[in-house]
Ligand binder design. Structure first.
Ligand SMILES: Nc1ncnc2c1ncn2[C@@H]1O[C@H](COP(=O)(O)OP(=O)(O)OP(=O)(O)O)[C@@H](O)[C@H]1O
Length: 709
């Protein structure tokens, strides 16, 4: 569907093709036929990523379209941004994550008058800009457009309404209005603690384990109680206008009359809920902040220490770059995201995003739990904060600096082993868990169900909060999402269409993103997109289906295995540097009818197999007596060396491989010879130049043919 957007700039209407990567001003307008999308998050890669949810933004509309692919271009760098600003004589200060510039959406104070306010923030990584005063935001291209318009008009400022010319669709507007009504309704019917009876206050505090939080603190942070659902209500106020923008509800319920379960809900939905809880209490002179993962932790910190504290909107799961401008004023940021190893790992990653030099980390441990627990246990929070360690590390360290880390690994064996699959306990037994920074190579015969299996296993992790990015080059995103949704609902939704919205609503809230690539792709572009996704959405698991789509088809004379090794090396480096797990699906290089696949069936040389931390093979034949049955072989496991095989049962209705709980399959362990070398690895001579007969015909499944190599 072809749609255009119109932007009203300084009184003129310019047609804008938001799909074009090079669109600038009207004279640069390049019409291009195809679907139109607009993503507000980044200057370059925004059209290569697709989230399941549609973030609602009143200034911008965001459209989902699986086919919105743009040609490759060189990524934006901080040097590009600075050079542009210099060339246009735009003043700026270098901040931690952003460049700060006087906002051209406000009347400009004369240079050197001392009245200039550097309220416009330009993200150093993406070029995305945000004016804290007017709340106008946009892409780097939009920034350049505004400058161009001002130059043409001979003005030094521009109306903030310039970017409001992108109307949201009626449907989105309606959804937004409904959400705001809901926010107001819940807020108006919620009760401040001061209006509750003493017994009620005690009951609520006991239920939410916040007995040590005083009524004064709850009042200061504006927390209320919504009686109909027995929930705590945390407000999201706009800092500028004190307007209510959203709410977070935390409800408590009991399971089996014993265990208390807390559930969280936000309006608007999580993807657009960008509240830094506590922001309204921050003064412009504050130069130090404690960043926590939960609202109650922030309240505990402020109450116990008097220090400003902010809570991230989605806990330790992500730090959306749109929040970074609000953290620029702080010279010291202490990350105290929780009391477990996962929060610790995340705080190390977030400190990279925030600027290592200003970040300090609280190391979780028995004596340093999360802030609310520390308060409840009567610990000295100021002392814990004082013991925080600088995030910046030196290139050379001694064991003295490592000893605490080593102790943590020994004392938290389960957490170090990674996230556990809930649908595949056999994988937990062999691999022990899913860990950040590893490279898993997955193979299996053509059409054996590789995509189906990895789809379910990645969904399993995603449902547990692992931020996941799919690069599906073979089947399009609609088909992939359909498979995942079926696996999520564990039923044939074709026969239960009335349940579609209910499942889709739940599915939409998963931290799941798709690259919009399809067919052959350049590895550099793919990796750059992955890097962007890690920055924007804190992705910790990337699935690539499959490597053959990055191999290129032009030159038949190139040694294909050398290319494959090279690509595996690139993914290895990405996994390590970005602390992100990469699962790479690879077609086997040879399939012989009567033989099981081996590690050597995938790789050209032993070097490539050494790069992988885990090697998984979906075996189709011979492993079990019943023909057509599948089993999963863990052929390499660098974490602890355990390898083995277990049968898989395919459920055609739910498209799942996970066995029903009653019939859990048994794992057959195979002792690995070494940790690093797969058991059945044989030295293989690199293949010569001959291309397998049908390799040249590599096509996407949507081209109507299966990929065969
Ligand atoms: N164990 C199984 N038994 C029968 N059908 C299966 C099984 N696993 C998957 N399928 C079905 O086979 C088809 C192909 O599955 P899938 O695309 O996952 O295979 P693949 O190994 O990724 O294929 P390719 O080698 O072409 O990439 C799908 O329609 C899927 O539902």
């Amino acid at each position: 569907m072809w749609r255009s957007k119109f932007v009203r700039v300084a009184g003129s209407l310019f047609q804008r093709n938001v799909c074009s990567p090079h669109w600038r001003y009207s004279s640069f307008y390049q019409p291009r036929h195809g679907p139109v999308t607009h993503y507000p998050f980044g200057p370059y890669f925004h059209e290569k990523l697709l989230r399941v949810t549609v973030p609602l933004n009143i200034y911008r509309t965001v459209k989902k379209d699986a086919k919105s692919i743009i040609d490759s271009d060189s990524p934006l760098t901080i040097t590009d941004i600075k050079q542009y600003l210099h060339s246009k004589h735009i003043r700026f200060n270098d901040g931690y994550c952003c460049l700060h510039s006087p906002s051209f959406f406000l009347p400009q104070a004369p240079e050197g008058s001392g009245k200039e306010r550097y309220e416009l923030f330009i993200d150093k990584t993406t070029g995305h800009f945000f004016c804290k005063e007017t709340l106008v935001e946009g892409r780097w291209e939009d920034f350049q457009d505004c400058i161009q318009v001002m130059r043409n008009e001979g003005t030094t400022s521009i109306s903030p309404n310039v970017l409001i010319g992108f109307p949201a669709s009626l449907e989105e507007q309606e959804e937004h209005n409904l959400e705001m009504k809901e926010v107001q309704r819940i807020w108006n019917s919620s009760v401040p603690f001061s209006e509750l009876m003493d017994e009620e206050v005690q009951l609520v505090k006991t239920m939410f384990q916040i007995s040590k939080i005083t009524n004064a603190t709850l009042k200061k942070f504006g927390v209320r109680v919504f009686k109909p659902t027995k929930s705590l209500v945390f407000p999201w106020f706009c800092v500028r206008h004190s307007r209510l923008r959203g709410i977070k509800l935390i409800s408590a319920s009991t399971k089996d009359g014993l265990q208390v379960i807390y559930t969280e809900a936000t309006v608007p939905k999580v993807s657009s809920y960008h509240n830094l809880f506590g922001l309204t209490l921050i003064g412009w002179k504050d130069s130090e902040v404690v960043l926590t993962g939960h609202e109650v932790d922030s309240m505990a910190v402020t109450q116990a220490t008097g220090l400003p504290s902010l809570a991230l909107p989605r806990g330790a799961s992500c730090l959306p770059p749109i929040l970074l401008p609000y953290l620029e004023q702080f010279k010291k940021v202490t990350l105290w995201l929780g009391g477990d190893m996962r929060s610790w790992e995340t705080s190390k990653l977030f400190s990279r995003k925030l600027g290592l030099k200003r970040c300090h980390l609280i190391r979780p441990g028995e004596h340093q739990p999360c802030a609310i627990d520390a308060l409840t246990q009567g610990k000295n929070l100021a002392k814990i904060l004082k013991a925080s360690i600088p995030a910046a590390h030196k290139s050379i360290v001694s064991f003295k600096q490592l000893r605490e880390d080593v102790y943590d690994e020994l004392a938290n064996v389960e957490q170090v082993a990674g996230i556990q699959w809930s649908r595949f306990p056999e994988l937990n037994k062999l691999l022990k868990g899913h860990r950040k920074g590893e490279l898993t190579v997955f193979t299996g015969p053509t059409g054996s169900g590789k995509t189906t299996f990895i789809s379910e296993s990645s969904l399993d992790l995603c449902m547990q909060g692992v931020n996941t990015l799919w690069g599906s080059f073979e089947i399009n995103n609609v088909r992939l999402a359909k498979i995942m949704l079926t696996q999520f609902a564990q039923q044939r939704l074709e026969d239960n269409l009335d349940e579609y919205d209910m499942w889709a609503d739940k599915f939409e809230n998963l931290p799941l993103y798709f690259m919009t690539f399809h067919g052959q792709q350049n590895i550099k572009t793919v990796v750059a997109t992955m890097q962007h996704a890690v920055y924007m959405y804190d992705i910790s698991h990337v699935v690539i289906d499959n490597l053959q789509f990055m191999m290129g088809q032009e030159s038949v004379s190139i040694d294909k295995f050398a290319v494959q090794d090279h690509i595996i090396g690139i993914f290895r480096k990405f996994a390590t540097n970005s602390c992100c797990h990469v699962t790479l699906i690879i077609h086997p290089r040879k399939e012989e009818d009567d033989k099981e696949l081996q590690t050597a069936s995938i790789f050209g040389t032993a070097k490539a197999s050494q790069e992988a931390d885990n090697i998984l093979i979906l075996q189709e034949k011979k492993m079990v007596t019943c023909p057509g049955r599948r089993s999963l072989q863990v052929a390499k496991n660098r974490f602890d060396g355990d390898v083995g095989v277990f049968p898989l049962e395919f459920n055609k209705v739910a498209l799942t491989f996970s066995a029903p709980t009653k019939l859990k399959p048994k794992v057959r362990r195979v002792k690995a010879e070494t940790n690093d070398e797969p058991k059945e690895l044989k030295p293989i001579k690199p293949a010569k130049t001959k291309t397998p007969k049908n390799e040249k015909q590599l096509k996407t499944k949507d081209d109507g043919e299966r990929s065969e190599i």
